[in-house]
Structure formats: structure tokens, C-alpha cells
Design a protein around this ligand. Structure first.
Ligand code: ADP
Length: 409
């Protein structure tokens, strides 16, 4: 694909954001001058017999969906390009300033986004053992984009970068130092792009500068993590070497006695891969009650289902432990913030997490909590010592912003 050089008012002011998974490609095209989403799309089941392409122009335009075989990531990106062209946009557009890529693991090497060159590619490759499923898929996305638009800057934005400020006391595990170092075992944390965006947006909601606020962010999606952010810098987070640690998630166990693993292997006769699959894919809410969607769990609870109730209670109990712990880590708190699918939508979860925490200055106003809105908002009663807020996350916008900051003319 050849790009025509910018001419006239063809100012390169758009960023294409790519989130490349092993069998999927999510994309968003964002106009950086107005912060507007020009298109959103998802290509699924790459490499399978039939793939699926879902494309939505503009913000909430009419969605187009079709099924066709998508042989590989190159075909996926070309399909995305075709969809964008149909809207008069396109991968070959001179308006594209850069492509921003979500990369899951940046280890300790990447404390900020990086314009991709050979050394950056090699470093992401070197980190593959730490994220064996994600980094190869992310690399594939970057390489494909480089093939299709070799003239454009490609920027890697790392899920771990925001957490590289976590002090050693929180980042190191209490195991033999030599062994830990030999295998790069430490807390890296994930969802960094979301925690960065949401903590900054929370400061704005409070009318303060990010440097002046201390917040706890609860990112509750299918994957879930908590972060303690002091003055705009992450000082503690719940995910660790991998996204398995911490909160109860849709299908992940979160915190567990590590000896459970040896027990399951030695006594239960399971292999390491089987335990890995159990803890990552068959645990959490799904393992506890057979559903990992909080909406379904809430429906079942309303019908008096005891398994769903217990799963909900375990989920909330873990969250409350983390809120208390992170309050102590920070020593003071300006806001407790809920984000992502569950955090933004489940008034029940928010209410249960904060219930009875008046002693910590935390409370929700029932009416504010119940009101449905897509905007960042306070749900604590007026005059509360600590704010409780709902702030919708926008990882793609954050990736686009970080990308554009690095490349803008
Ligand atoms: P991902 O981690 O896949 O990006 P999301 O942040 O989109 O996930 O969150 C997905 C989850 O959000 C769903 O599994 C569902 O449990 C939850 N969710 C979405 N809408 C609601 C709702 N109205 N009430 C409760 N939970 C919801």
C-alpha cells in the first residue's frame, strides 16, 4: 500500500490504535484534533474457518458485520483497511500520523511508550517468556502494520509501563533474590494504560492536578486489577508477574495460597499446564458459580441463587480487602474510583464494596450510585471526606494520546 505524501489540508492528525491478540484484532481510528473516534472495529477468529468482521463508523454509527475467512493478521489488517476505506478513511490515508499498538508486557525496560525500531522489536521479543500468549500476538500486529505502512511511525504503548514507578518494597516478592532476578520474577502489573487514564481523569473530575491527588482505582472488567496511585504515579497494583494475581476476576482466581498449586499437582495429579488453565480460565466467578458475566450473576442472585450470591460475596470481599490495604499503602485518600465493565455498570458491586466503610470516610449516595450515565461522575454524598467516583476508562484514547504525543509534528 503506497501512501501519498500530505498535501493541502491533509494534515496527519489521525492515529490508528491496534490491539492485536492471537486470533483477534481490535482497531480504532481517532482524530487527534478533536479527540473524536472516527471508526471502531473488531476482527475475530483469525486463522479459523470463518472469521468475523465488525465495523462501526464514527461514534455509534451504523454497525456493519460480516463473516469471511481471515487467513492471518495481514489479512485482518487489510480487512480493517477495507472497512475504513468504505468510510472514506483508510489505512493508506495521508491523514494517518502514526499507528499506536497496545503491547502487554514491557518488563522493566519500557517505562514509557516507544517509537518502534529494530531494537524495540528485539526487546519486546526478549520479554516473550513473561507474556507468552500476548507479546507474540502484539509483535505480529506491529510487524504487519510495518509491512503495510513502512513509512509511518509505529508506537508501542505498554500495559506495564505505568506501574514501573512501584517501589521495590511493593514490587519484589519475598523469595530468594538470585532466583527472582535470574527469571525476572517481580510484580509488573497490567491495565496500566487504563489506570493512568482513569487516575488522571479522576483528578480532573475533582478539579485538581494529578500530582495533587491520591487515588485507588478499581479496574473491574473481565480481567480486574486495583492500583494505588499517589500524585499521578502508581505505587502498588494487584496484578503481579502475570495478570493472575490479585482480585477475583471473570475466570481467574486472583490471590491464592501458592501451595494450592503443589497440592493440586502432587495430590490431585494435575500437570502444570492443567493448573495454569484451571486458575486462569476456569476459576474466578466462572469457577465459583458457572457464570463470569456479572449481569447474569446479579440476575441469578435476584432469583435467590445461592451459588451466584456466594460468588458475588467472594468477589466483593476481595475488593474490600484491597481497598483497605491500599488505603494503608497510601496513608491518605482523595478518591476511590470504579472503572471498566463491572465498575462502570454495576451499582450493586459499588454499593457492596463501600458498604460500612464510613470509618474510612467512604460512602455512596444511593441515588447517585443508581443513576445510569456514561460520564465520569461522583457517587459519594456531598461533603464526603473521600470521593467515590465512576470514571469510564478509554484505553484506546489513552494509547492514541500517548502515540500522538511522541510523533506529532
Ligand atoms: P474486558 O476486560 O473484556 O475489556 P469489560 O471492561 O468490557 O471487559 O467488562 C466486561 C464485563 O463487564 C462483563 O463480563 C460483565 O460482567 C460486566 N458488565 C457489563 N455490563 C454490565 C452491567 N450492566 N452490569 C454488571 N456488569 C456488567
Amino acid at each position: 500500500m503506497n501512501a501519498t505524501p500530505p498535501a493541502g489540508n491533509d494534515r496527519p492528525d489521525q492515529v490508528l490504535v491496534l490491539n492485536s491478540g492471537s486470533s483477534s484484532l481490535k482497531y480504532q481510528l481517532i482524530d487527534m484534533t478533536g479527540g473524536r473516534r472516527l471508526a471502531t472495529g473488531l476482527i475475530e477468529r483469525i486463522g479459523e474457518r470463518t472469521g468475523r468482521v465488525v465495523h462501526t463508523p464514527g461514534e455509534g454509527g451504523e454497525r456493519r458485520e460480516r463473516e469471511e475467512r481471515i487467513a492471518d493478521h495481514r489479512a485482518a489488517l487489510e480487512a480493517a483497511g477495507g472497512e475504513l476505506s468504505a468510510d472514506g478513511l483508510g489505512l493508506d490515508s495521508p491523514r494517518l500520523a502514526a499507528i499506536g499498538h497496545r503491547v502487554v508486557h514491557g518488563g522493566q525496560s519500557f517505562t514509557r511508550p516507544a517509537v518502534v525500531d529494530e531494537s524495540v522489536l528485539a526487546e519486546i521479543e526478549r520479554l516473550v517468556p513473561l507474556a507468552p500468549l500476548h507479546n507474540p500476538a502484539n509483535l505480529q500486529g506491529i510487524r504487519t502494520a510495518m509491512e503495510l505502512r513502512p513509512d509511518l511511525p509505529q508506537v508501542a504503548v505498554f500495559d506495564t509501563a505505568f506501574h514501573t514507578t512501584i517501589p521495590a518494597a511493593a514490587a519484589r516478592y519475598a523469595i530468594d533474590v538470585e532466583t527472582a532476578d535470574a527469571h525476572r520474577v517481580r510484580r509488573y502489573g497490567f491495565h496500566g494504560t487504563s489506570h493512568a487514564y482513569v487516575s488522571r481523569a479522576t483528578a480532573a473530575l475533582l478539579g485538581k492536578a494529578p500530582e495533587d491527588v491520591d487515588v485507588i482505582v478499581l479496574h473491574l472488567g473481565n480481567g480486574a486489577s486495583a492500583a494505588a496511585v499517589r500524585g499521578g504515579r502508581s505505587v502498588e497494583t494487584s496484578m503481579g508477574l502475570t495478570p493472575l494475581e490479585g482480585l477475583v476476576m471473570g475466570t481467574r482466581s486472583g490471590d491464592i495460597d501458592p501451595a494450592v498449586i503443589f497440592h493440586l499437582m502432587r495430590v490431585g495429579g494435575m500437570s502444570a499446564d492443567e493448573v495454569d488453565e484451571l486458575l486462569n480460565k476456569k476459576s474466578g466467578l466462572l469457577g465459583l458459580c458457572g457464570d463470569n458475566d456479572m449481569r447474569e450473576i446479579q440476575r441469578r442472585m435476584a432469583d435467590g441463587d445461592a451459588d451466584a450470591r456466594l460468588a458475588f460475596d467472594i468477589y466483593v470481599h476481595r475488593l474490600r480487602k484491597y481497598v483497605g490495604a491500599y488505603f494503608a499503602v497510601l496513608g491518605r485518600l482523595d478518591a476511590l474510583v470504579f472503572t471498566a465493565g463491572v465498575g462502570e455498570n454495576s451499582a450493586e458491586v459499588r454499593e457492596a464494596v463501600v458498604a460500612g466503610l464510613q470509618g474510612l470516610g467512604l460512602a455512596v449516595d444511593a441515588e447517585r450510585n443508581a443513576a445510569r450515565s456514561g460520564a465520569a461522575r461522583l457517587i459519594s454524598p456531598s461533603g464526603s471526606r473521600v470521593a467515590v467516583a465512576v470514571v469510564p476508562t478509554d484505553e484506546e484514547m489513552e494509547i492514541a494520546n500517548q502515540t500522538y504525543t511522541l510523533v506529532k509534528p
